[in-house]
Design a protein around this ligand. Sequence first.
Ligand code: SDX
Length: 434
Amino acid sequence: MENKIENRGTAKIELGGKSFELPVYGGSMGPDAVDVRTLYKNSGHFTFDPGYTSTASTESQITFIDGIKGQLLYRGYPIEQLAEQSTFLETSYLLINGELPTAEQNAEFTNTITRHTMLHEQVERFFHGFRRDAHPMAMVCATVGALSAFYHDSTDINDNAQRDLAVVRLIAKMPTIAARAYKYSIGQPHVYPDNSLCYSENFLKMCFSVPTEEYVVSPVIVDAMDKIFILHADHEQNASTSTVRLAGSSGANPFACIAAGVACLWGPSHGGANEACLNMLKEIGTVDRIPEFIARAKDRNDPFRLMGFGHRVYKNYDPRAKVMQKTAHAVLAELNITDNPILDVAMELERIALNDEYFIEKKLFPNVDFYSGTVLSALGFPTSMFTVLFALARTVGWISQWNEMLEDKSQRIGRPRQIYTGAPLRDYVPMGER
Ligand code: SDX
């Protein structure tokens, strides 16, 4: 990656009667940043930013979010246009390589991914070590980490050919792993990939086909699945991507880094919110119970939060939520589901929240997770698979960001500091004297 940050002058900071000048850098879009890398060495002071609300951890050229406008760009292209006109594999090529592929490049990339969809046959035995009631995210997290025990010829991060192979294997095998976790959890035989199908149709077939019947799926459903993967592919330096980058900064192998990202994504404040959101909508159950939950969400003494609402960056409508809502209607229409109380509750909840002073003042809008559960549920997935689908799609974002970090000359091992408020220096007290 060619570093392209530009000088934007300096910032002065007064500390302990001394003045320190710090460089200010900027990029092609978004806020400028004060470079504090020399602050501790020169002033003996750290910066303090729990949750990194004001900290840029890296330069990146992959994804850009304007939280005020509610804008999301993958390599400069608006998410709405990619969701409407692209495919997940074409978008994956874009995220990894920086440019949209030519027809020939797209065909070659698709063929390469298709030819790596199978898993090492011994992974089957690995799966049989799980309890049948294991959460699919637990199985996916463990299996992704275990890939480094099966694919030793793609773990050396200093060998470009091995890194490229790891990128292909992760994108190609995530659907197979996700589908196997699902089939294992419902006690059905796993289904091998079918290389005659496109990425999303192959995934749906591995999840929903059974050996006893022919599997046919509508192109509307395949298109919806592909759109959902595009929407979840990348999102700047979110918690799980930052986890992957931090793991990668130590030189860990790609499978271990992506497994770390899967683990972080699982949390209900992050990728686990889609499962939590549908469970919340089911708990609300009917439109007349919405005010009770809105009141709880506003009560500072109640830890309850409106799942699928709010975002660290978006202080406007998450553009992915709009595409997801449209996809929900298309899927329900295609499946002739005219009565969907969950979607009715979701839409009424959104309407009420967006007109409520608390949500307006705190700039809380629906995020990507608010409607995804409704669509995924209609597609036939249990809530326990929702975050698995998020991880499947986000793998291409994680691996693109991981690659960018490895190619960034300014990157070093990530090692934050702290403000220590624990016990001062003291001597050990023998047991008999305590
Ligand atoms: C994802 O980072 C990414 O890009 C993530 C993601 C991606 O693609 O990678 O976009 C995917 O994780 C989407 C977010 C999914 N999570 C949820 O839907 C869970 C519910 N949302 C919240 O937990 C919360 O909004 C977060 C975690 C998403 C953001 O938390 P922040 O930025 O730390 O905001 P905050 O918790 O400081 O909230 C600010 C205020 C607080 O009130 P005060 O303490 O100032 O009085 O807003 C309130 C919060 O109490 N608030 C909510 C709320 N979210 C924030 N109140 C009620 N319901 C909510 N959902």
